[in-house]
Design a protein around this ligand. Structure first.
Ligand code: TEU
Length: 572
């Protein structure tokens, strides 16, 4: 069996994990110092967000050198120590590979922008202004595409009189994967890290590497009211014409030649489960799994800042579609990462009365689906969104740009702040809450982003001592995946798809069947399921202390989750 099928991955966003030298920014030695947190939890893999040299315009997702460590995080020696410490503790390490774009301070881009005749000009997407338009003025961009972080996706370069493409910030120019030299250079980088001992890659926006080379305009009117002349260019760069070819080539020239089995996970916004199947079918030799975004867009309108009430029926249907729609492919399972607001505040209930129960419920529901679960640092503690009060509290470029653009186009600043409070990526980026002490034990200096004031209530030190904590609940879920093959390989069936409060599903492998029942509300509910087959079932896991034998009829208390296991006898 492929090892990652029963593995649990823990994501570390190094800037916010643990600071060993008092400069207020987390670092590699900080991770080594907290290895016991990971081993006690029982995770199998760490995915490390970028630690490469970077101007940090987008917190390291803008890389200026692929083969070194940024001094703010440490040195290559520190990195080797981290790999060695993780491996000694039976934990693998997956690197973040950000190769849709580089930093504009990467030497490749410096060379490319030097002149129109540069031998590396074609490593990036350079285009002249729109004919008849004054270069550098609105509308003169080669296409009308909006950037993910607001404003046009093109930046005018005075010196050479052309624009370059940047789907993200202007300091993140897109590499031109049409050029075989670019692909070979990326493969070299990957081999270099593998030779250093890493166990795989999480590939940033990897489904954007192939663009339609004719670069057509986006459909006018598709980019959200605040964006003026701009439009949504995604149809021309999401899963573009050569994506599968590029991934197959990468697989053959990097992974197929590597002696150990690696883990590759592609970050793939905007894909359907059909595309997910193509990308992860092992026979096609592309990726092991992908991060899809369907479930984290269901509470969004045209953009993530337009909040929409989540309909539980849609969320369940989305999960079920992916569970059953991948054929021989494989799911990754996540609520949280460094780009998403905190799950307990978003899908759970972060009122102190329900916070712990709903954090446990969300964990149980996620981990008991079929796929590889990802835990984002702090999620195992039930960390919540942050009570930001002023725009100066934010650091994330996406949030700051959105505020600027929205307010400039007439939005009420209080409304914009309100949306930022619930959706900003900074919610996920406050320091991991280690203790109830000063700066939550994250740093002896001044943290780059202040800690959430609720660290006095929510912190690792308290939770590790409390067997009933969110932390220990995660530990039990992780152990369950390691010991119960039905969690890994069982068939999945969604029950009660129309229920607006209850999430119910079964997993079945041979004669073992699990029933997961979860109440995503503050009400007492009675799911309309026949309890008879479950009368003699064991209770495997629950977030209420006194849940015993299955009640008949089934009843669930506010935010209760319970997992039953039975042996199926023929005909039952
Ligand atoms: O994210 C890509 C992406 O499309 C989103 O997660 C995006 O950041 C989010 O929708 C914004 O609302 C990846 C990284 O995870 C992210 O941190 C980087 O900023 C981005 O790529 C650019 O490298």
């Amino acid at each position: 069996m492929t090892w990652w099928r029963n593995a649990i991955v823990y994501q570390i966003y190094p800037r916010s994990f643990a600071d060993s030298n008092g400069d207020g920014v987390g670092d590699l030695r900080g991770i080594v110092e907290h290895i016991d947190h990971l081993t006690e939890l029982g995770v199998d893999v760490v995915w490390l967000s970028p630690v490469y040299p970077s101007p940090h315009d987008d917190n390291g997702y803008d890389i200026s050198n692929y083969q070194d460590i940024d001094p703010v995080f440490g040195t290559l020696d520190d990195f080797d120590t981290l790999v060695e410490t993780l491996h000694r503790n039976g934990i693998r390490l997956v690197m973040d590979l950000v190769v849709n774009h580089t930093s504009d301070e990467h030497p490749w881009f410096a060379e490319s922008r030097a002149s129109r005749d540069s031998p590396q000009r074609d490593w990036y997407w350079w285009r002249p202004p729109r004919p008849g338009m004054t270069p550098g003025t609105p509308g003169a961009e080669p296409t009308n595409w909006v950037s993910y972080f607001g404003g046009p996706a093109w930046e005018f370069d005075e010196a050479t009189g052309e624009y370059y493409l940047h789907l993200f910030t202007r300091k993140q120019p897109d590499l031109n994967w049409e050029n075989p030299e670019v692909r070979a250079a990326v493969h070299d980088v990957m081999r270099w890290w593998l030779a250093r001992g890493v166990d795989g890659f999480r590939m940033d926006v990897i489904n954007m590497i192939s663009k339609d080379p004719s670069l057509p305009d986006g459909q006018p009117g598709t980019a959200g009211a605040a964006q003026g002349l701009l439009a949504d260019g995604r149809p021309h760069f999401i899963c573009g014409p050569r994506l599968h070819e590029f991934l197959r080539e990468m697989h053959d020239s990097v992974f197929a030649r590597h002696p150990a089995q690696l883990l590759t996970v592609g970050e793939t916004p905007g894909i359907s489960h059909e595309e997910g199947r193509l990308l992860t079918d092992p026979a096609r030799r592309e990726l092991d799994m992908v991060f899809q975004f369907e479930h984290v867009t269901l509470d969004c309108g045209q953009t993530k800042w337009d909040r929409r009430q989540l309909d539980l029926r849609e969320l369940k249907a989305s999960f079920a579609r992916w569970q059953n729609g991948l054929g021989d492919g494989w799911n990754s399972l996540y609520w949280d990462n460094h780009d998403q607001p905190r799950a307990v505040s978003r899908f759970g209930d972060d009122d102190p009365e329900y916070r712990e129960r709903s954090a446990k419920l969300l964990a149980a529901v996620l981990h008991l689906h079929r796929g590889t679960p990802y835990i984002y640092q702090g999620e195992e503690l039930g960390m919540t969104n942050v009570p930001f009060s002023h725009i100066d509290d934010f650091r994330d470029i996406e949030s700051l740009n959105h505020y600027r653009h929205a307010v400039a186009s007439g939005a009420d600043p209080d409304d914009v702040l309100d949306a930022l409070r619930s959706r900003s990526r900074d919610n996920a980026r406050t320091p991991v809450q280690w203790t109830n002490g000063r700066h939550t034990g994250f740093t002896t200096g001044t943290p780059w982003l202040p800690v959430n004031p609720n660290h006095t209530e929510i912190n690792a030190a308290d939770q590790r001592k409390d067997p009933d904590s969110v932390f220990h609940f995660h530990r039990r879920l992780i152990a369950l995946r390691h010991t119960e093959s039905v969690v890994v390989d069982g068939d999945y069936t969604l029950l009660l798809p129309q229920d607006e409060q209850v999430w119910a599903f079964t997993r079945r492998l041979d004669s073992t069947e699990l029933l997961v029942l979860a109440n995503l509300s503050r009400d007492h509910v009675a799911p309309a399921l026949d309890p008879t087959p479950w009368a003699h079932a064991d209770t495997l896991l629950t977030n209420y202390p006194d849940a015993g034998q299955p009640p008949s009829p089934f009843r669930l208390r506010p935010w209760e989750v319970v997992v039953y296991r039975r042996v199926v006898v023929a005909g039952s």
